[in-house]
Structures are given as C-alpha cells and as structure tokens.
Design a protein around this ligand. Structure first.
Ligand code: TXA
Ligand code: MG
Length: 327
C-alpha cells in the first residue's frame, strides 16, 4: 500500500468544518465554498501560512488578499468604516461585496497578506459553509480564488481539487457556487470607487449610496501587474540596492542567509535561507528598516526559485524609481 501525500476532500458537515478550522489554526491551507467562487483559505494572521498560500497558487507576485470574516462585528476589528462603508455593509453583507478600508492597527492580517498596504479588503461571505467555517475559526481568513495562477476561478470542489491537488491540505466540498464570479470590490478610502466588477451589480450599490461609483480598476490578482501599477503597492521611503554582496557605510542591511558583519541596522529575511520564512518577513522587515530612519537599504541576493520569484518581483518594484518623486 502506498501512502499518498494528498489533499483530503471532506463533506461540509459540522465535524468536517471543525476539522477545517483546526487545519487553518495549524497553519494549513483549506479550500472552501463561498457563494462567489471557492476560496483557498489560510489564517490571515500567520505570515508563513500566507506565504505557503501564494506558493500553492503559483502567484507571480504578492497581490493583496481579501480578509474574510463571519460578520460586521468582526469586520469592525479589521477595517475602519466611514458612513458610506457602513451603509454598504448593512445593505449587502453577508454577500458578494468586498470593501477596501483603512486597516485598523491590530487588524489581525499579516503584512504579507496586505502586500504592505495600509488598506485592507474585507468580505463577509453568505455561503453557509463559509459562515460556519469563519465562525468556528473566529479570526480573519484570507482567501483568494482556489485556482492555480492564470487559471479560471473554481466554482466547484472538483475545480479546486483539479488545480490544487497535492498542494493544499483540504477541500471542503459544499457543492457548486451560486454566484460563480468573484465579489464586487468597492474602495471606501475616498469617494467610493469600483475596483472590480463582480457578483453584486454596480447599480445596486449606486442605489444604496445615492451616487455613482467612480471606476478605478485593480489588476486581476492572477495577472502580472504592469509596471505602472507600482504606486498601488508598498514602496519603502529608503532606496533599495538589490543583489548586494555586502552593505556599505550608511546603508541598512536586509539580509538573507549568512549576514556579513555590519554596524548599521540589520534584519534577516531568513537565516536558514527558507523562502517561505523570507516571504512572510518581507513586508514587515522593509517597514521596520524604513522606520529605523535608514535612507539606503542593501538587499542581499535572493534565489529566483519557488517563492523567490515573487520576492524578487516585489523587491524590484520596491526598488524602482518612485513616480511621485520624479523631478
Ligand atoms: O469572491 C471573491 O472575492 C473571492 C472569494 C474566495 O471570496 N476571492 C477573490 O480573491 O476573488 P482574489 O485574491 O482572487 O482577488 C482579490 C482582489 C485582487 O484583485 C486584489 O488586488 C484586490 O482584491 N485587493 C485586495 N486587497 C486590496 C486593497 N487593499 N486595495 C485594493 N485592492 C485590493
Ligand atoms: Mg482570483
């Protein structure tokens, strides 16, 4: 008999949902149904679980993820609601609407899942299995669509399994998704803006707001981001010097593996050269070195394999000349 290291498919009864919540608790990856598409869930607060999630999807870059919670009270702990966001939440949650809001200081979502942004996308799904799982878990769950990067979004457990078999721990089979396209994303950072058309029609939203939404498309999470989208991602104030062999005087050091002796501020992405650990640390270490007042950061070479590709992609964006300081 051979033991297959595989992905378990479970039904959606109470015991299975409790098991899926334990899987997330342990840092595992569990696909579950929402009314829009199947999501690939991970503990939002566990940076390493989030890094494994990006790896399982084969994402070309760390795009920010949606934090899923069971209800409005939990959502209030994650993001700061203005009156229009409150109106939309009251009208459409639970349901296929995602709101982008300023994040609360202790929002429970890792920097990696936020891609270093100060805003957070929040959704309260209506599907009873998603509701039960989120209630059982009790904290935010990040969940991109449960497909390999570049593939279409899964609307059944079989789709999710076909894409992710052997790469994730669990698929909770709750039958086919009713909505089948992803949630509509509305930013409430300034005037409400439609970031992604989706399962909730724009007209319904505009009716509740009593005014039209502006339109500001975000790139699809699974599509490569054009260089012009750089400004929507976190960029440190300091200049980055990539593939540095050794730090120079006056530079802070973002190390990987064995770090050379250095008198300036130094943080190590992963002393043991573990790319999952490095991905989990990337955004928070960049922020911390920025906060140390460093003007220049030397970044050691990160291998391009596995998650290293996405780490290098994010570092290249962070190192690119900043459009807003162009003379
Ligand atoms: O219906 C859905 O929304 C599904 C189910 C599983 O809930 N999830 C989903 O997630 O479609 P994903 O990761 O495939 O798409 C998330 C989108 C991406 O386009 C991402 O750029 C955007 O949300 N997003 C996340 N956080 C954001 C933020 N702070 N600001 C702007 N866009 C954000
Ligand atoms: Mg997707």
């Amino acid at each position: 008999m051979s033991i297959e290291l595989g992905t378990h498919v479970v039904a959606a009864d109470a015991a299975d949902i409790a098991g899926a919540a334990r899987c997330l608790e342990a840092g595992g990856l569990a696909a579950f149904p929402t009314e829009t598409v199947y999501g690939l869930g991970a503990d939002a607060g566990n940076g390493e679980a989030v890094a494994r999630l990006y790896a399982a999807k084969g994402r070309p870059a760390f795009n920010p993820l949606i934090a899923h919670v069971a209800g409005l009270a939990a959502a209030h702990r994650v993001g700061r609601f203005n009156p229009e966001a409150e109106r939309l939440a009251a009208a459409f949650w639970p349901g296929p609407l995602t709101l982008v809001l300023p994040k609360e200081p202790d929002c429970g979502v890792s920097d990696l899942a936020l891609a270093g942004l100060d805003s957070v996308a929040i959704r309260v799904p209506a599907h009873p299995v998603a509701q039960a799982l989120l209630s059982a878990f009790g904290r935010p769950v990040v969940a991109p669509s449960a497909n390999r990067s570049g593939h279409v979004s899964p609307t059944s457990a079989a789709h999710a399994l076909g894409d992710l078999r052997g790469r994730i721990d669990l698929v909770v089979d709750g039958g086919p998704c009713i909505v089948g396209v992803e949630s509509t994303i509305v930013s409430c950072l300034d005037a409400p803006a439609l970031l992604r058309p989706g399962g909730l029609p724009r007209e319904d939203i505009e009716r509740v707001l009593g005014r039209p939404l502006t339109f500001a498309a975000v790139p699809d999470a699974d599509a490569p981001i054009a260089p012009g989208m750089l400004s929507s991602h976190y960029a440190p104030k300091a200049d980055l010097r990539l593939n540095a062999e050794a730090p120079r005087v006056g530079e802070a050091l973002l190390a990987f593996g064995e770090a050379p002796a250095h008198s300036g501020a130094t943080l190590n992405l992963s002393r043991r050269r573990d790319l999952v650990e490095a991905a989990a640390n990337l955004f928070s270490h960049l922020r911390a070195l920025d906060a140390s007042g460093a003007r220049h950061i030397a970044v050691m070479t990160i291998p391009h394999e596995g998650l290293g590709e996405a780490i290098n992609d994010r570092l290249a964006r962070a190192a690119a000349p900043k459009p807003e300081v162009r003379k």
